[in-house]
Design a protein around this ligand. Structure first.
Ligand code: SF4
Length: 272
């Protein structure tokens, strides 16, 4: 489905980190909306989606003048105290339109000049590779958290058909590692995966974070239940993977190849 693209002039960019992101001083969304349209996306149940009255995933607003605005807000915030930024909480900063618009890249350029104390880049897109030159300049002040919910691409196609293939994400983690850019695989939300998943990740990353709908959707799983995601599991006879303890399967498997401190759980894995 074609994405409806609109240009918008935001009044603010940096928002206060709250709830799941209370460990951050700010969150930063270069876009509003997200054309990856994941079936399980909890943002579908949030005001930004509900008030739009258009199906989540079919529209994206491009924030114009974002770099200049960020520069001003960042300087102001830094004068008040430590600045830790989560990018992004309700969009993917590297969604398809970013290839052309480069809003996220322009924000990174500002953050290289006016460095925050910490920046977490949360994405599922291989496009983040394009900006490795800038990410490298942030040294240990940055971590790329790349979503890899499963190692099985047929599962990815069922739950988020418009999102990038798993192989491209693993390759991206490999490139980030080679470039010395801190990164983690975010198995979030946990989707059905194979017993080989830990070994595949071990080759490309030295830190994983496991999260699920029940811990990570900000409502104890209520938002996800409203999305009717359980039917996707029932159709495929994968019900064992839709329950509040399914994360354990993946968590325990990861611990067979990663050390204790390399496997983080839910919010802990996304902290600055
Ligand atoms: S990439 Fe993230 S923000 Fe976009 S639809 Fe998927 S879960 Fe939602």
């Amino acid at each position: 489905m074609a994405t409806e693209l609109l240009y918008k002039q935001p009044k603010t960019l940096l928002n206060k980190g709250t709830g799941f992101l209370s460990g951050y001083s700010h969150s930063l969304n270069p876009y509003t909306g997200c054309s990856f349209a994941c079936s399980y996306c909890y943002v579908r149940q949030m005001p930004v989606s509900i008030f739009r009255k258009k199906e989540w995933g079919t529209w994206v607003d491009i924030k114009q003048g974002a770099a200049e605005l960020l520069r001003k807000e960042l300087l102001r915030a830094k004068a008040k105290g430590p600045v830790t930024i989560f990018m992004s909480s309700s969009t993917d900063p590297y969604q398809p339109v970013e290839y052309k618009e480069q809003v996220t890249r322009s924000l990174l350029e500002v953050m290289v000049q006016e460095q925050p104390d910490f920046l977490l880049v949360q994405t599922r897109s291989p496009l983040v590779r394009r900006d490795m030159d800038l990410l490298r300049e942030l040294g240990n002040r940055v971590r790329v958290s790349l979503t890899v919910e499963s190692d099985l691409d047929e599962i990815r196609k069922r739950f988020s058909p418009a999102a990038p293939p798993i192989a491209a994400r693993l390759k991206t983690l490999e490139l980030l590692k080679e470039a010395g850019i801190p990164a983690q695989a975010a198995i979030a939300p946990v989707l059905p995966s194979s017993p080989e998943f830990p070994k595949k990740l071990k080759k490309v990353v030295d830190r994983v974070c496991v999260d699920d709908y029940f811990m990570g959707d900000g409502s104890g799983g209520k938002r996800t239940r409203k999305l009717g995601i359980s039917s996707l599991y029932e159709e495929q006879e994968l019900e064992e993977w839709y329950n509040p303890s399914a994360w354990r399967i993946v968590y325990d498997r990861m611990k067979t190849v990663f050390s204790e401190e390399q496997v983080l759980l839910s919010q802990q894995g996304f902290e600055p």
